[in-house]
Design a protein around this ligand. Structure first.
Ligand code: AHR
Length: 513
């Protein structure tokens, strides 16, 4: 049996849980918008054409902020195409995903949907094919109260009050050669600086995210962040990070340790941002927006139905199926550990968006004219979004370890902890990365007394299932949470046993000593 010991102390806090850590992402890609969140003909459609069954699941998921409209899509997008009477909106070729974009869904629809979903809007501007002028005009259209051409145009389109969008992304992955309008770090840094300046002149209250690297494996990683922040440090608030993980050729050991890589990635970007701060003698800190992360089986996906290699495709179709990954038990455990990594760095990671929300590498799936359902990865996200509140506690973990080909030795038990002082609760989010052995975990609570277990749930393969079991249209929701039995209060804290390959949440009611 694997053994792990956890110690928390009420005095050792990392910072307040940033609620924007539980963000998501809606891109005009595949079936995320069309037949995902928006399907006017669906049996559950609202008067605006939003799928109510999907909205209900989004609310249950607990996403707090949603990035829109891309992604690679935004780098070729004209925001003006998505406003005004739907009948007058142009049909366009979307080069990013080789898709026919009808523009039936645009900014007003997204803001309306966000209100119904109870999420904050995070809007990206196009710095691929467009620039300073389109960016500042979009801010004026969205946020200026009225009395100017663009704000009155918004009002004439039915939105009398400004949208008041606070959070803006300055483009998307412009370091990537695949990006429409790909740029060097100097080209992007100067453009982002001037766009930021012009956008803030329209609305000084907005918060701005500069593009960091598309992933930590990019040849320019590190140098890109340094150059971009060298240009933009005073004008922006955040630098972005993107990372996707998958199991390569049976290397489950490395895949399960993906959060080790995420920790390293975050710490590298924090160091780079702080080095630019020192060199430029700046006083403020640049924080991190991890605005795309997830498990994504990106390699080997190039079929007629789910094309990945877009250059190989000949046909232009509306909302084709693209990267509709079916997530299994292993993926849910990895997603739980990635959320742990984000939470452990909550003092510097202020925003994080799981990519994406519906159908496209998503926790929620839906079928046209059909049902919507939760994937396995829905559960760690939903529980952490609901229960990770208050203070993030520094969590000392001494765990048995295992070796991985990619990331060296890793803890078999991975944990993050939060303390909600207002409600008098402590929540542990735990994963057992071991495929075969259960893990005995002893948690010592310092500065807390009088604990009571109020929730103990686990996600693991049930009888008759294995680590590849997933929730599909045919199978239904067979992977989910069940009670974690045997959580025992002891003098110093709590003892529990995690089944092999599992993710669990244990919530205690506590009083402070
Ligand atoms: O989320 C899918 C795609 O991954 C996004 O469009 C892009 O930004 C990233 O490469």
């Amino acid at each position: 049996m694997t053994r792990a010991r956890i110690t928390i102390d009420r005095e050792f806090t990392i910072g307040e849980v940033p609620r924007r850590l539980f963000g998501s992402f809606v891109e005009h890609m595949g079936r995320c918008v069309y037949t995902g969140i928006y399907e006017p003909g669906h049996a559950t459609a609202t008067e605006e054409g939003f799928r109510q069954d999907v909205l209900d699941l989004v609310r249950e998921l607990g996403a707090t902020v949603v990035r829109y409209p891309g992604g690679n899509f935004v780098s070729g997008y004209n925001w003006e195409d998505g406003v005004g009477p739907v009948a007058d909106r142009p049909r366009r070729l979307d080069g990013a995903w080789h898709t026919l974009e009808t523009n039936a869904f645009g900014l007003h629809e997204f803001v309306g949907w966000s209100r119904r979903a109870g999420v904050e809007v995070m809007e990206a501007v196009n710095l691929g094919t467009r620039g300073v002028d389109a960016a500042r005009q979009l801010v004026e259209y969205a946020n200026h109260p009225g009395g100017t051409y663009l704000s009155d145009l918004r009002r004439s389109h039915g939105a009398h009050e400004p949208f008041d969008i606070k959070l803006w992304c300055l483009g998307n992955e412009l370091d990537g050669p695949w990006q429409i309008g790909h740029k060097t770090a100097d080209e992007y840094g100067r453009l982002a600086q001037e766009a930021a300046k012009a956008m803030r002149l329209v609305d000084p209250t907005i918060e701005l995210v500069a593009c960091g690297s598309s992933n930590s494996g990019m040849p320019t990683f590190g140098a890109w962040e340094q150059t971009v922040l060298g240009h933009t440090y005073e004008e922006v608030d955040y630098i972005s990070l993107h990372a996707y993980y998958q199991e390569h050729e049976g290397d489950h050991a490395s895949f399960l340790a993906s959060a080790v890589d995420m920790d390293y990635f975050i710490e590298s970007v924090v160091s780079t941002a702080d080095a630019v701060r020192a060199k430029g003698k700046h006083s403020k800190h640049i924080n991190l927006s991890f605005d795309e992360w997830n498990v994504w089986y990106a390699s080997g996906l190039d079929t007629e139905d789910q094309p990945h290699n877009i250059s190989a495709r000949g046909r232009w179709r509306e909302h084709p199926r693209i990267i509709e990954d079916a997530y299994n038990v292993t993926d849910a455990v990895v997603v739980g550990t990635l959320l742990n990594s984000l939470l452990r760095h909550g003092d510097r990671v202020s925003i994080a968006n799981q990519a994406q929300l519906v159908n496209v590498i998503a926790p929620i799936r839906s079928e046209e004219n059909g049902p919507a359902w939760r994937q396995s990865i829905f559960w760690p996200f939903a529980r952490m979004a609901a229960l990770a509140r208050g203070q993030i506690l520094r969590t000392a973990v001494t765990s048995d370890r295992y070796s991985t080909a990619k990331f060296g030795d890793a803890d078999l038990v991975d944990v993050s902890t939060t303390w909600d002082e207002e409600n008098g609760t402590v929540a542990f989010f735990l994963a057992n990365r071991g495929l075969d052995e259960a893990a005995y975990v002893e948690a010592v609570l310092r500065g807390f007394s009088g604990a009571k277990v109020i929730r103990a749930e686990v996600l693991a393969a049930a009888d008759g299932q294995d680590r590849f079991t997933a929730n599909t249209l045919d199978s239904g929701e067979q992977v989910g949470l069940r009670p974690l039995d045997g959580v025992r209060l002891v003098d110093a804290g709590v003892e529990l046993t995690l089944p092999p390959l599992s993710w669990a949440v244990v919530q205690l009611e506590v009083t402070t000593a």
